[in-house]
Design a protein around this ligand. Sequence first.
Ligand code: NAG
Length: 286
Amino acid sequence: MSFVNIKKQYLAMGMLVFVLLFLFNNKPAFQCQFSPEMSSYLPPIYGITPTYARLAQKADLTRLSQTLSLVKNFHWIVIEDSETKTKLVENLLKESSLKYTHLNVKTHKAKHSTASGVEQRNAALEWLRGYLETAEDKKGVVYFMDDDNTYSLKVFEEMRKINKVGVWPVGIVGGMRVEMPLVTNGKVTGFNAVWKPFRPFPIDMAGFAINATLFLDHPDAKFSRKVQSGFQESEILKYFTTKEEMEPLADNCTKVYVWHTRTQKPSILNVKKLKHTPVPDDHIEV
Ligand SMILES: *[C@@H]1O[C@H](CO)[C@@H](O)[C@H](O)[C@H]1NC(C)=O
């Protein structure tokens, strides 16, 4: 009798140990699933890219979209300078694995105005404000991106550190090898720029990013067609920061993580002037 009882007790103990082991074994598994997500929160980056139809458009957008597909928690806002959204851009966005918003607004340029992307960037900011107002997570970073620049993945890592406005050098721009904020003791004290150095902020669009929440605090902040060329950056930055408040990133502005590259305008031969007329290719999207 007692022998049977002991066996039952062992059985119960065994089961208890088994259950405890099961629980303890599972605990780290749960932690692995949730904790790192919580501790490595990445604020979303809203990349605002105006674009317009031209022969190299698809090539430029393909290169950029494939860079962006390597950036975590990225939201691409692409604004076409056109009356309607084009199939080319629509399909390119759909086929990318990116989170995106596709907008369009046609520029009606006033005489003497050479600024590009003003209406498009403002349309994106308007959309972003509406989106953030209803969004649960209002945190994020706004970065104005040309469709033909070259971006290292490192520039996106840098901009996630921003509190208000972060700045960094831009390669091959403004007639210089590198245009950059000058930093002393971790503070921006000036700018190394030769093109219109009298600008309030002589800095390229690719050389800064802004805390997205600030666009809700400053609902009037936008680009303007009234300012002279080269002053768009100063126009938007004046709402958010002073030189002294700027946060120098990329190792105190000693590293180049973005280049203001330009795609050369392709020259296509006039088929009417050729001896051998090529096969028509109008049906092929280039
Ligand atoms: C930037 O410079 C400041 C002041 O010299 C220094 O404390 C800080 O560590 C530097 N930051 C980086 C990322 O090198």
